[in-house]
Structures are given as C-alpha cells and as structure tokens.
Ligand binder design. Structure first.
Ligand code: R5P
Length: 290
C-alpha cells in the first residue's frame, strides 16, 4: 500500500502512514503558469493499493488534480485507488430549495464515483440523504468523530453540558454527550441566508453551573456558533468551548468566533487549521485497513 498526500494533507497522511506502517507515495503536482495542473508519478505502484488523502474543502480547486492523480495511478498499475476525504464537500445542497437549483450533492457523488474505487470519510453532512449509498455508487466507509470528541471533553472540561445548534446535530451531539457522561441540549435553527442564521435561546436554568460545549459537524462562516455563543452569554452561562469536526472557517470566521466570546475553539484535523486538537489519523488508518 502507498499513501499519497495531495497538497495540504501531508501531516495527516504521514500520521495515517505511521499507524499503518505504510510508505508515502512520491509524486509531483503543480500548476503551469496558465493555471492548468501538472501531475507526475515518481514511485512504483504496480499491483499495489493506492490511498489518496485529499480533504475536500474548497473542492473546486482540488477535484481536477485528484482526478488526474487517480487516473495516473490506475494507468501505472495500481490495483485500486481509495480516496480518504476526511471532509467531504457538496453534501449540503441535497435538495432543490428554490426552483432551478442544481442538487450538487448528487452530481458531485456521481463524479467521484466515476473514477475512485472506494471512499472513506468522516461525519459527512447526511441530512436529507439517509446514507451515502443513496448518492454514491462506490463502497463508502463513514466514520464518526464522536468518540474522539467525547474523549477530549472528558479529559479537558469539568462539568460540561453539550449543546447542538440545530436538530441535524442531535445525531452526533447525543452520542458525544452519552460517551462524555454529560447532559445535552439541542436548539432550533432557521437559516435565512449563507451568513444569516437564527438559533433559539437555550433553556439552561437547570445547568447554570455547567461549562457549555457547543458541538457542530461543520464550522463554515461560524455564524451558527456565533449566534449560539451570544445566547449563552446573554442568559448568564460561562463562556462556551466550541468544537467543530470540520474547521472550514471561511474568511475571518475563526477570529469572529473568538471575538464573539468563545472560551476556546477547537477542531479535528479533518482540515488543517491552528484550532486542530483532535487527531483523526488513527481512526482513518483503521478504516483503511478494514
Ligand atoms: C448545518 O447544516 C451544519 O450542520 C452546520 O451547522 C453549518 O454548516 C454551519 O455553518 P456556518 O458556520 O456557516 O453557520
């Protein structure tokens, strides 16, 4: 087996390779001056399993290099190509919200399924799609970060209360809370636009002495978390710890969230970011070897 790290994925790929005692594949990917991609394989892959690590935030820039590398590995004799995409893009536009919209979750799934043999991902945003196999036609392995999150909470937070910002979050918030032996609350969210969300005020009278821990799968603009942090502070709760599985942090989102009064903002290394505290390499390595 060889593990190939597309740009931005080297630290995680090294961690995975260490767990599997596997080699990193050697290749070059770069842009020509005109913006087109150049890819060159510099190692043997004949008869081997190739694993490409490519987290898919800002996916439009990544999809072509990923496609070219996959094609090249297969043409060079790799037995199979597994894509490890800890963050899987295009899972949120999963229905037509307004007439004429493209359901890009389905198109993207069809595209990836057309060239990759197997997909491993962490907590994909399955909301209206019940399972990956509704849209992907290749074997998909979904792993959950909840045990790692609850382990971190148990180790670092005394007397936590876990808070999910919307009904979608209940699936992971309840798992995290049970494993962290903590109570939990799930709020209601209405999204009016990309950066315009309304989150219900939590009823926390019985939990005033707890440390609030906000847990969400994705932090993108951070408006969901910022709105919730504001409510918690307004009802007299301690400054919350914010945990995101996938730290996208679009634009100034990270600074905005810190500025809104979060005590600490932490994340999993599904996307490389200074807030990374929870390492998913071991989980991914186990999934690959299965
Ligand atoms: C929503 O469906 C997700 O679970 C997250 O709550 C959402 O993606 C967060 O987005 P933002 O950080 O832009 O508010």
């Amino acid at each position: 087996m060889k593990i190939f790290a597309l740009p931005g994925n080297t630290a995680l790929a090294r961690g995975i390779a260490r767990h599997l005692d596997a080699e990193l594949g050697v290749f070059t990917v770069r842009c020509f001056p005109d913006g087109e991609s150049y890819v060159r394989l510099l190692c043997e892959v004949e008869g081997q399993q190739a694993v490409i690590v490519c987290t898919l935030f800002q996916p439009d820039d990544k999809i072509l290099p990923l496609y070219y590398l996959t094609k090249l590995l297969k043409e060079s004799g790799a037995k199979s190509v597994t894509l490890v995409a800890p963050y899987l893009a295009y899972m949120r536009q999963d229905k037509v919200f307004n007439p004429g919209e493209a359901v890009t979750s389905d198109y993207f799934a069809a595209l990836l399924s057309s060239f990759v043999d197997r997909l491993i991902t962490i907590d994909p945003h399955l909301h209206r799609h019940g399972s990956m196999l509704e849209i992907y036609t290749i074997p998909c392995k979904v792993i959950h970060a909840a045990p790692l999150l609850s382990g971190w909470i148990r180790q670092h937070i005394a007397n936590p209360i876990i808070i999910g910002p919307d009904s979608e979050s209940e699936q992971w918030v309840s798992d995290v809370a049970v494993a962290a032996d903590a109570p939990f609350l799930v709020l209601e969210k209405v999204r009016h636009g990309d950066r315009d969300v309304e989150v219900s005020t939590p009823v926390v009278a019985a939990h005033k002495g707890h440390t609030p821990v906000l847990v969400d799968d994705i932090i993108s603009t951070a408006h969901t978390m910022i709105e919730t942090v504001g409510h918690l502070r307004a009802v007299g709760m301690a400054a919350p710890v914010c945990i995101g599985v996938h730290p996208i942090f679009a634009g100034n989102a990270y600074d905005d969230l810190v500025g809104a009064g979060a005590a600490e903002v932490i994340s999993c290394n599904t996307i490389q970011h200074p807030s990374n505290r929870i390492d998913v390499a071991g989980m991914l390595a186990t999934a690959i070897s299965e």
